[in-house]
Design a protein around this ligand. Structure first.
Ligand SMILES: [Zn+2]
Length: 407
């Protein structure tokens, strides 16, 4: 029987001449959505019918978008000029600006869809989105984003974090709403600056860790607090995660404090985070101190990457391209050597998959065939060049090309 017929019968696709991260050329076979074989490129004169020739393009596992806000972006909607805070960065004031902007924005489902397609088009097929829950919006955002996730289930894996954007104790009723959000289908419980926002670290964390325990949910806390205050909160979160033995499911997003404490304090914090298994998410933001990626990785901490805000009320930047995010993180971290550039890519791929607890991630036999083919010699070049010419495959089927969805 000709191979084409056999491939059709077993739903098998072959990808020829794929450049792997180690520089070798390989032929990849995908069956039932997973890599079933990876072999040195055969380079036969007559390739099997139906095979896709990748012509030496670099094949990378689909990127992992570790932190995004699907409910608050204006991407694809009217441009919203950035409103500066009255007196330096103020989370409460930014939340108020956001509420005002959202009242005039296009329907949330439409904006979320725009943002999802932007991310998938650039090669992210797994993501973690925080979704606002507070006494004003109730569960409206969660319900809308849950429906969008359902619609895109075949294209992208989306984890949702019930995110108390207006605090927990300072927005009465929020704890109960967060409980409901987890019942409705959110995968993780979020948090927000327990000290500076709710001014009660224990009270805030009692709710967050209590809900996580009750629902078996993961935790991902927004922590902007800097210096020793932020460090104190990081220590509290790590201690609780360790005591409960749930470190592998706990992350701190931003953790700016790690970027502005002494080297000794950082070394201690790194040890504690590694021992407790708490991961750190960074997006290497603008002119702000951010966690020292290399030092934390060296200490054994899982550091992963996310876009965070994309063209929303917090800032006008963001393009949903995790390869570009790896570039920014590498640039801001002063990464020049190949291994350093590879580590920047790791934040947006394997480390992200570890932090999100993804099953079957990578270019390996048995792994899900979610991958990106792009024109680059190797990973370091991909990180500095950020080639936009790329094709995205979900379960071995093309879903996007040159940044646009094709399926
Ligand atoms: Zn965020």
């Amino acid at each position: 029987m000709p191979s084409f017929s056999m491939d059709c019968i077993v739903n098998r696709t072959r990808f020829l001449n794929a450049k792997l991260a180690d520089g070798t050329l390989a032929d990849l076979t995908v069956a039932a959505g997973r890599f079933s074989a990876i072999a040195p490129a055969a380079n036969t004169a007559t390739p099997p019918a139906g095979a896709i020739d990748l012509a030496g393009q670099l094949v990378l596992p689909a990127f992992v978008e570790g932190h995004i806000h699907l409910d608050t972006s204006f991407y694809g909607d009217a441009w919203r000029p950035h409103i500066p805070c009255t007196n330096g960065f103020d989370v409460r004031e930014r939340v108020a600006f956001q509420m005002r902007n959202l009242e005039q924005a296009a329907p949330m489902a439409e904006r979320a869809k725009n943002q999802l397609e932007l991310c998938v088009g650039n090669g992210s097929l797994a993501m973690r989105s925080h979704v606002m829950v507070d006494a004003d919006v109730g569960l409206k955002h969660v319900e809308t984003i849950l429906a969008v996730r359902e619609k895109y289930r075949d294209l992208v894996d989306v984890q949702l974090v019930a995110f108390p954007q207006s605090g927990i104790l300072s927005s009465p009723g929020t704890a109960e709403l967060l409980d409901e959000a987890l019942k409705l289908g959110c995968d993780l419980i979020g948090g927000l600056d327990p000290a500076s926002f709710d001014r009660d670290v224990d009270g805030h964390l009692d709710v967050v860790f209590g809900l996580a325990e009750r629902h078996g949910a993961g935790i991902d806390i927004h922590l902007h607090d800097g210096g020793t205050l932020g460090l104190f909160e990081i220590e509290e979160i790590a201690a609780r995660a360790k005591a409960l033995g749930i470190g592998g499911k706990v992350a701190i997003s931003h953790a700016y404090a790690l970027g502005d404490i002494s080297p000794d304090a950082l070394a201690k914090a790194g040890e504690m985070l590694a021992a407790s298994g708490v991961a750190i998410m960074t997006n290497a933001p603008g002119n702000h101190p951010f966690p020292p990626v290399a030092a934390l990785r060296k200490a054994g901490v899982t550091v992963f990457a996310g876009s965070d805000n994309i063209r929303d009320s917090w800032w006008p930047y963001g393009d949903g391209d995790m390869l570009n995010r790896a570039n920014m993180i590498g640039y801001r971290s002063g990464f020049y050597e190949d291994w350093e550039l590879e580590s920047a890519h790791d934040l947006a791929s394997h480390a992200g998959a570890k932090a999100l607890g993804l099953e079957g991630y990578g270019i390996a036999v048995g792994a899900k065939a979610d991958f990106v083919a792009l024109k680059a010699e190797h990973v370091p070049e991909a990180v500095v060049a950020v080639p936009k010419e790329r094709t995205v495959y979900r379960a071995g089927r093309e879903v996007a090309r040159q940044g646009r969805m094709t399926r």
